[in-house]
Design a protein around this ligand. Structure first.
Ligand code: GLP
Length: 267
């Protein structure tokens, strides 16, 4: 059974659902994605899924795998686009997001390999611009995203769209592209690189803010006390590029925040 939130509220045009545990929130999010997939199936079209990495959605992928193993979910007709990837990085590197997706989802389900798109950390230096533009073209060719999963960085980033000083309107128009990583991101990513910040790639390829905001629905997951501050700034503060997740306020009615009590503690 899909777990119910402990409480819910509308904030800044978004639905905010607070759950008793990250597991309950992830289960709700996975079941929501399963419903989107089933709905598309009934309409005879391919569901387009925007996927995320990080520690936060791990139980969500476990639930999707469980549904697949129980014969209740097929990804055969789906197409997926991941939010981001380090640059440069080999897909064989266990710290790559391609590897993460393989470990947590792709190798366990029936999503065809040629429909699971992850920005490529191995494209030659001179071709990253072209590669990212093609990536946006593939999302458009798929008819846009039915759902985009998001996590939030401690600095408010979505994907690897890092805080910046652009006018908010300009940031909302950013396409997928190559970006330098923010100091807080490098610090947080260090845990995946043996605790050594110097080993974290200095750059990444990220889905742009524009294709993220164009998704027909967005599920934002955030858990734990370390996210409480930034969650409150994103939902209750002004819409500014210094807090990229605050830009989600510009698409009322399409965003659901799934939080645990700790992440929701400053709302
Ligand atoms: C990472 C990723 C984001 C992710 C976020 C939160 O750097 N680029 O896509 O959502 O930071 O990560 P975590 O879930 O591990 O807190």
């Amino acid at each position: 059974m899909t777990p119910s939130p402990v409480r819910s509220q509308k904030l800044a045009g978004a639905s905010v659902l607070v759950f008793g545990s990250p597991l309950a929130a992830c289960r709700q999010a996975a079941d929501h994605i399963a419903r989107i997939i089933h709905g598309a199936e009934r309409e005879g079209r391919s569901p387009a899924l925007g996927l995320a990495t990080g520690g936060t959605p791990v139980p969500l992928y476990a639930r999707l795998v469980e549904l697949h193993r129980a014969g209740e979910l097929s990804l055969q007709k789906a197409v997926s686009f991941n939010l981001d990837e380090y640059y440069p990085i080999s897909p064989l590197d266990p710290r790559s997001y391609r590897h993460y997706m393989h470990q947590h989802l792709f190798r366990h389900v029936d999503l065809p390999a040629n429909r699971a798109h992850v920005l490529d950390g191995t494209v030659p230096d001179g071709f990253t611009v072209q590669h990212c533009a093609e990536f946006d073209g593939w999302i458009e060719a798929a008819g846009g995203l039915d759902v985009q999963l998001l996590g939030i960085g401690r600095n408010g980033h979505i994907g690897f769209n890092e805080p910046c000083d652009l006018p908010a309107r300009d940031m909302m128009a950013l396409p997928s592209r190559r970006v330098p990583l923010h100091a807080i991101t490098l610090e947080d990513a260090a845990r995946d690189f043996g605790g050594d910040m110097r080993l974290v790639p200095r750059e990444a390829l990220t889905m742009g803010v524009k294709p993220i905001l164009a998704s027909r629905s967005i599920l934002m997951l955030a858990f734990g006390a370390r996210k409480a501050d930034i969650v409150a700034r994103a939902l209750k503060g002004p819409v500014i590029s210094e807090v990229p997740a605050s830009l989600l306020q510009s698409i009322p009615g399409r965003v659901t925040w799934l939080l645990d009590e700790e992440a929701a503690s400053r709302l």
